[in-house]
Design a protein around this ligand. Structure first.
Ligand SMILES: Nc1ncnc2c1ncn2[C@@H]1O[C@H](COP(=O)(O)OP(=O)(O)O)[C@@H](O)[C@H]1O
Ligand SMILES: [Mg+2]
Length: 361
């Protein structure tokens, strides 16, 4: 699939812009703080309906305005779609696909994209939270019901935590009820993340071997308080038991110390944790392999490649890894941002962004 056109109105530092993309490689170049990432973020919003940068939707609205509008025209399985997003300062955002108003859970899966941005380059070294976020973002796009389960889990967790923080408010509440609900939502999150990890590995292992010319065997282990559970029921029971057992400690800490919000995705190279033993190059190859695997899984699931959004990652890679990626992105639509325009012989279109204005060069 590919995006034909993106129209932005009062979106961050972009007042009124229409960008027309090529179905191949598109480069967005420009100096720092001009609006390159803003364009990538705008496209990403049509896939995830939330940003990879800010939590609050009102941040998208130009400081001087009260509303922002985004419109994307894209082609999927040969059919044209129009998606619209409207953000307001004083009310909830609205999502339209072909003029039909939708909730994020319904709209997800229409515009497919894979985002690769600088934070990903540190994925192996960074904390478990970033790795869970990686899985969560990928799963939200793949399994519309996943977002619901995750939101449910987080809501229950939040309520349980507020009871733990102020036990006087917990009088009359049975925390066991929250524990049951937490275990039910958590088991769903666990199972989806576990299945996705297995699927990721089946694609990424091959890529890791190719990048390293056979030297690096990638391994992925999803570590959870439910690890070892044979099925959903058992996962739910294990989660419930662990949460119950942690009650005294949780009360002392004032928050829930056990649950899928503490799980981790361990990335190994040749059987050893890459976090502790991998070189920076090896760690980056592992991440590349994961991002490309994410792309292949979407292709398997939806029958078409997603649009690849690469924000500022190319300049960070050495020439061998750049070459490898260049080979793998052939035949797909890619939108790449970079400080310089050089080095992209395969670019079909180059835009230059200056103070929120993009023009083709
Ligand atoms: N809501 C907003 N209103 C106006 N300008 C904004 C808003 N949010 C961000 N910006 C501006 O957008 C620019 C950052 O754009 P960004 O796309 O991150 O730059 P880069 O080209 O480095 O990727 C900054 O100049 C910032 O001040
Ligand atoms: Mg940027």
């Amino acid at each position: 699939m590919y995006v034909q056109e993106l129209r932005l109105l009062d979106y961050r530092n972009i007042t009124d812009q229409t960008l027309t993309f090529d179905p191949g490689v598109n480069v967005i170049s420009g100096m720092n703080a001009q609006g390159k990432t803003n364009i990538i973020e705008a496209l990403w919003l049509f896939s995830a309906f939330k940003s990879f940068r800010t939590a609050a939707d009102r941040d998208f609205i130009n400081h001087e305005r009260d509303a922002a509008g985004l419109q994307a025209r894209f082609v999927r399985h040969g059919r044209e779609y129009t998606a619209k997003l409207k953000y307001y300062r004083d009310r909830r955002r609205e999502i339209y696909i072909n003029d039909i108003k939708m909730k994020p859970g319904e709209a997800v899966g229409n515009f497919l994209s894979v985002l690769f941005f600088p934070e990903h380059l540190n994925l192996v070294k960074s904390g478990p939270e970033q790795r869970r976020r990686f899985l969560d973002f990928a799963l939200c796009q793949l399994r519309p019901g996943y977002l619901d389960a995750l939101n449910r889990y987080n809501r229950i967790l939040y309520q349980r935590n507020s009871l733990l923080k102020s036990p006087e408010r917990a009088v009359g509440y049975d925390i066991g009820v929250w524990d049951e609900k937490l275990a039910a939502a958590g088991a769903e999150v666990y199972l989806q993340r576990l299945k996705y990890t297995e699927r990721l590995l089946s694609h990424a292992a091959q890529t890791a071997l190719q990048i390293s010319e056979g030297a690096e065997q990638l391994g992925l282990v999803y570590r959870s308080c439910c690890s070892g559970a044979a099925d959903r029921q058992e996962a739910e029971r294990m989660l419930y038991d662990s949460v119950r057992a942690a009650y005294a400690r949780d009360t002392a800490c004032g928050f829930s110390t056990v649950g899928v919000h503490k799980d981790d995705l361990e990335i190994c190279i040749n059987g050893r944790p890459a976090r502790a033993f991998g070189s920076q190059g090896q760690q980056r190859s592992a991440v590349l392999a994961l991002k490309l695997a994410e792309t292949e899984i979407i292709k398997e699931e939806y029958g078409e490649y997603p649009v690849l959004l690469f924000d500022d990652v190319f300049s960070e890679l050495d020439s061998r890894r750049r070459e490898y990626i260049t080979g793998r992105i052939m035949g797909k639509q890619v939108i790449i941002t970079a400080c310089e325009d050089g080095g992209f012989e395969s670019a079909a279109k180059v835009f230059r962004v200056e103070a929120g204005q993009a023009r083709e060069v």
